[in-house]
Design a protein around this ligand. Sequence first.
Ligand code: PLP
Length: 408
Amino acid sequence: MGIFDRHRQLLESYRMMRATGEDPLTVTMDRVLSPTEAIINGRKTLLVGTNNYFGLTFDPVCVEAAIEATRDEGTGTTGSRIANGNYAQHAALEAELAEFYGMKHCMVTTTGYQANLGIISTLVGDGDYLVIDADSHASIYDACKQTQATIIRFKHNDPASLEARLRRLKDEPGNKVVVVEGIYSMLGDTAPLKPFVEITKRYGGYIVVDEAHSLGALGEHGRGLVEQVGVLDQVDFVVGTFSKTLGSIGGFCVSNHDGFEVLRIATRAYMFTASLPPSIIASVRAALKIVRRDGAKLRTRLWDNVATLYDGLAAAGFQLGPEHGPVVAVVMPDQMTTVGVWRALLEAGVYVNVAVPPATPGGLCLLRCSLSSAHSRGQLKHVVEVLTGIGRQFGLLPAERVRAVAGG
Ligand SMILES: Cc1ncc(COP(=O)(O)O)c(C=O)c1O
């Protein structure tokens, strides 16, 4: 067997995807112009799939902070946090994040992926139980592969299913760590977090909440679903990323548990990789300040935009993810249609994400849109119009609904 033969099936489906035109997995932004526009294939394209929820990638204060930090401290740390890569700025950002969540401890990692991979896999070990939602992000599944703990999955967003799993474990001596997400990245649905926390605590477990897509977007102060449903003081660990609302790259975990700091000398994905460069830390600190100062205004804009896109596409007859949210998933009938509609959208100057199995729950094929407070209502109305026209060409929409939308 050749070294790559084990991937033959994957390669075959990828070849099929590429055979008919532009490859959604290698599309290149020739030049990014703003949080909502880029040049792709020589054409000005509207970006509706970037997770840039507050549009902070071009914020002048964040940009300047990054430039200044590069001048002051160089382009990179060239080492990990436990060696030469531990700068005062890292600790300052950790203190600010801990304060933002009202928690005692915070650890910053080089990516959000590594926060989940490293911290979740380190919290549990032989004899413990990691109890995860079946639709968990790849980084959570990869944490499962790195631990000796027993992995147990429960039905997506189903408190009864979680309870059944924990009930079965109630006489087992090991720690039980439950992992859920604030907003799920593919369908954009939120977790029933209140019952999840209640059940976990009743059975003596710990709960980790990944707020990758909900930081900034949810909660009175942007602290995510934990704040929105009033369980911030009951959850054990909040994990998040800098690569979405905060417009950069990196990850973090906050907690109130004494003993948390041991993770710095036990988490391999923290210890054995270079720390974030000064420019990133500086822009994230600036972005966090903006979230704290202007979050309410940016959130209102974001949710207005969510309503424009979600309601517009629903009225046109598209099948969407179950609830309003910064991720709007449009359900497609199969992979070929997904890629076909995606290409037609790109040719019409609109970029969204293709999401197909195995990355999606339930084998769904999706066009995944993500919104930004930086989008204008006009831009999103345009997306509804363009997608409706393409949906009609592909026979995805009932004709009478198309007429009603066009008339209205
Ligand atoms: C739910 C969830 N957790 C973690 C991550 C990883 O974050 P990052 O891309 O910043 O490494 C992602 C990224 O898409 C995500 O969607």
